[in-house]
Design a protein around this ligand. Structure first.
Ligand code: ATP
Ligand code: MG
Length: 177
């Protein structure tokens, strides 16, 4: 895993800048194993209530990263894409709610799912195609955009919104150097 670029915008005392990320981090993955290792690290560092919003084209690696997050939470199960059930619950050190909004056409459909119990609960939410439902999600979250760069090359752009995710991203950065 190679760190590519780093931007750090410190949070002003007592103010959380909800519309602008407080930190961004770019990482490059050169294989699915790299992506799983990155996910595993995130899973190990995850805390109750964490929200990971994943975006990127078909086959970018959203499920692959989520598999790693599951491993990091001590879940052995294979985390195939939950397209047909929309939410899969996987049980480890913390419960992982793995969601996939791909098949939903509009924000009303997503709102009707009533995701708040998951979003404001004590588990971890990893949401594929989160870009389809952004206004429904809490302002504080970790945004993970995956950019397809080639057969095995993927660029990960992390954006931390809120103090919790700033701290998480700093740990991810320190542990992937
Ligand atoms: N560096 C990489 N990171 C992640 N996946 C990679 C990488 N290189 C190759 N791959 C392959 O790309 C595919 C990623 O599939 P994955 O199901 O994770 O994508 P996805 O973003 O969840 O797609 P979808 O939108 O269809 O759910 C896998 O077959 C994986 O092995
Ligand atoms: Mg997927």
């Amino acid at each position: 895993m190679v760190r590519r670029r780093y931007i750090n915008r410190p949070v002003k005392a007592g103010i959380i800048l909800v519309n602008n990320p407080v930190k961004e981090l770019y990482l490059m993955s050169h294989s699915s194993d790299d992506t799983i290792s990155l996910g595993r690290k995130i899973g190990e560092l995850a805390m109750p209530g964490d929200i990971f919003l994943l975006s990127g084209v078909l086959g970018a690696g959203k499920t692959c990263l989520t598999q790693g997050i599951a491993y990091g939470l001590g879940i052995d199960e294979y985390t195939h894409s939950p397209s047909f059930v929309l939410v899969r619950e996987l049980y480890g050190r913390l419960t992982l709610y793995h969601m996939d909004l791909y098949r939903l056409d509009n924000i009303e459909e997503i709102a009707e799912l009533g995701l708040d119990d998951y979003l404001y609960g004590k588990g971890i939410c990893a949401i594929e195609w989160a870009n389809k439902g952004m206004p429904l999600f809490p302002d504080e979250h970790l945004s993970i955009e995956i950019v397809y760069k080639g057969d095995t090359e993927r660029q990960f752009l992390f954006k931390a919104y809120g103090q919790r995710y700033l701290e998480l991203l700093e740990k991810i950065e320190n542990q992937t150097e």
